[in-house]
Design a protein around this ligand. Structure first.
Ligand SMILES: *Cc1c(COP(=O)(O)O)cnc(C)c1O
Length: 423
């Protein structure tokens, strides 16, 4: 798929006068079109809801846009719950899919009426002790173990993952929960990450639907929803084909009819918890080339670094790069594009063929709308960038300011030395 920057060089210059680079830019039009397509793809299921995985892009302005397409929030921590509540997301529109969960986070999730998705069978007692009584509706995260395969060979390794109940624990857990008075049940599973295949959700759904039929039959538990969670991927490299959400929705509908409807369970709601698919392609990190270095390799130093986007350093992830104003120039120079951290893995690209880059050029790093800014940190005393929203009318709105030194020092404000530092 051709990777197109949201802005031209001239527009980048104009924005940078107001908001210095580096900055994240989100494309409102793209977010809206995609959210609408997701909603339409699953419209056949009356209870359908996408719970946006807040950890991917925890920005209230972006979550508010998704709210217009009936999205809820999937949270994994206290602050994500607080953020969702502050945006006005209420009760069962919040899914709490956490693991290794601290007691106070369960207590808060229950207080605001979120649906609790348990990661382990021991959490039944843990939650009961915290709350006194279990909630009416509860979900359990399933991990079938082994290896997850699809026909095109893409797979993941659930047997190695820390998450979820084993198959036996699902049956035992449901029996215990039912005895303790739980009325409505959910099944959740996340078995493969960033799948660029229309097959993932349908294959996963079939496995979960078959489990649901057995669980309902053997334990008598009423299954209210099945949560397919995240894992629907995006094409980071230009040669990959994007997922077709309509085909994915149709694929899930087909197995829903084959398995659930046939078993008389045609009232089960389908939930999703997509993060990457909802935001990934609609965010770009804009950074400026500030140095060129010619040693044993050719380096371009930019003003963003791994604290602004950790994925290349952490996973060796590919993110496509466009040099603004040189979109059609030949890619005849081989560069390492680096940030300024004292870490040799602080590279946005290694041996990447790009047009000749001059100091002052703007580089767009694509597909950074999910798990991008959110994974930011402060190593080397570096500060996180601003987030900007490119609106449909072409105007730009700041939706998170850049960090300032005072933010970095804020957690020292109870120490004497803080007063002596002049900000
Ligand atoms: C991270 C996560 C998601 C979102 O995953 P994506 O790959 O971004 O869609 C959803 N649910 C849970 C429980 C997660 O941990």
């Amino acid at each position: 798929m051709n990777k197109i920057p949201f802005i031209t060089k001239e527009k980048a210059q104009e924005i940078a006068e107001m908001y210095p680079t580096p900055f994240y830019l989100y494309d409102e039009k793209g977010i809206r079109e995609n959210a609408r397509a997701v909603k339409e793809a699953f419209a056949w299921n009356p209870g359908f809801k996408e719970y946006f995985a807040v950890k991917a892009t925890p920005n209230p302005y972006l979550i508010q846009i998704l709210r217009e397409y009936d999205c809820g929030c999937d949270c994994s921590s206290m602050t994500e719950l607080m953020l969702s509540k502050a945006v006005g997301v209420k009760g069962e529109d919040i899914m709490f899919s956490s693991n290794d969960t601290p007691a106070q986070e369960y207590a808060y999730a229950a207080k605001i009426g979120a649906i609790i998705n348990l990661d382990d069978i021991t959490h039944i007692e843990f939650v009961e002790n915290i709350l006194g009584k279990l909630p009416e509706t509860i979900s359990c995260r399933y991990n079938p173990g082994g290896i997850f395969k699809m026909s095109n060979g893409i797979m993941d390794n659930p047997g190695d993952a820390k998450y979820g109940f084993t198959t036996e624990q699902m049956f035992e857990g449901y029996r215990i929960l039912k005895e303790k008075g739980v009325e409505n049940f959910g099944i959740h599973a996340f078995l493969a990450s960033n799948t660029v295949s229309n097959e993932y959700y349908p294959v996963l759904a079939k496995e979960l639907f078959e489990l649901a039929v057995k669980l309902e039959k053997e334990t008598g538990a009423h299954i209210k929803f099945i949560n397919l969670s995240g894992g629907v991927g995006i094409p980071y490299t230009p040669d990959q084909e994007p997922n077709d959400i309509r085909a994915i929705g149709e694929g899930v509908r087909k197995v829903y009819e084959e398995v659930l409807v046939r078993a008389g369970m045609g009232d089960v709601a389908i939930y999703t918890e997509m993060g990457r698919f909802m935001m990934g392609p609609y965010g770009q990190l804009v950074t400026k080339a500030i140095h060129e270095k010619h040693t044993y390799k050719e380096y371009i130093g930019v003003d963003a670094c791994a604290v602004n986007l950790m994925r290349p350093a952490m996973y060796g992830a590919y993110h496509h790069i466009t040099v603004l104003g040189k979109e059609n120039a030949p890619c005849d120079h081989k560069y390492d594009v680096t940030g300024s951290l004292c870490e040799n893995n602080d590279k946005f690209a290694i041996d990447r063929m790009l047009p000749q880059i001059e100091k002052g050029d703007y580089l767009v790093i694509h597909d950074t709308g999910a798990h991008g800014h959110a994974m930011g940190y402060n190593y080397n005393g570096k500060l996180r960038s601003a987030e900007l929203l490119l609106k449909e009318d072409g105007s730009v709105r700041m939706i998170r300011r850049a960090e300032m030194p005072k933010d970095y020092f804020a957690t020292l404000d109870c120490f004497e030395v803080y007063d002596k530092l002049a900000f």
